[in-house]
Design a protein around this ligand. Sequence first.
Ligand SMILES: C[S@@+](CC[C@H](N)C(=O)[O-])C[C@H]1O[C@@H](n2cnc3c(N)ncnc32)[C@H](O)[C@@H]1O
Length: 228
Amino acid sequence: MRLDILTLFPGLFSGFFAETIPRIAVEKGALGVHIHDIRDWSRDRHGKVDDRPFGGGPGMVMACQPLVEAVEAVRAMAGRPGRLFFLTPEGRRFDQRVAEELAGEGRLLLVCGRYEGFDERIFDILEPERLSLGDFVLSGGEAAAMAVADAVIRLLPGVLGSPDSAAEDSFRPGRGLLDHPHYTQPAEFRGLAVPEVLRGGDHARIAAWRHEQALAKTGRFRPDLLQG
Ligand SMILES: C[S@@+](CC[C@H](N)C(=O)[O-])C[C@H]1O[C@@H](n2cnc3c(N)ncnc32)[C@H](O)[C@@H]1O
């Protein structure tokens, strides 16, 4: 997958892609990452990318010219245009189903907003899809882009150590359950013992126990998931 991220703060992504799963994905060749500074497309000699809102009010609005030209230029950098997403609270709610859908794409472009958001004409011109992380307001789209990227990257073939690692994750479409409880050494800690079934080596019993526990956990913490 080729991932292009457009941001006013490219430095925020250096740590994210330098460590753990994103770094492994790049090293294994499953992912190519390209971070673009929207300011590079500003025609203003001070690199201005925002301006005051028409109609008054607080804050600044991301202006059309730098962002529209940045997206057009980045889109043209590879053979396929890719799917273009703006991170914005008004977008489609991001969840595991969307993550799985996006993991099947060859190219994604994620655009991070700042300030009060985007001049509306940017949407009219570029007609992007809109993605939201949830009903809350972040100060910028970068944290949202990292969350989307992280959820998608771990689903790319060959990225996780074991292909089964993601199979029983919470929220898998078609499964709709939370993950089952996990235990590791020691077998007893502060008087709490690991359930006997997990120490017995009977794989069928373990699978049945885990399924039962996943159902119970979902009923306790997310009963809404069971209603479907
Ligand atoms: C301070 S927010 C703008 C909020 C906007 N004025 C509103 O009330 O909807 C700045 C940027 O953060 C990003 N952002 C904020 N909340 C988000 C969310 N829930 N999901 C995705 N992106 C978000 C968007 O890129 C947005 O343009």
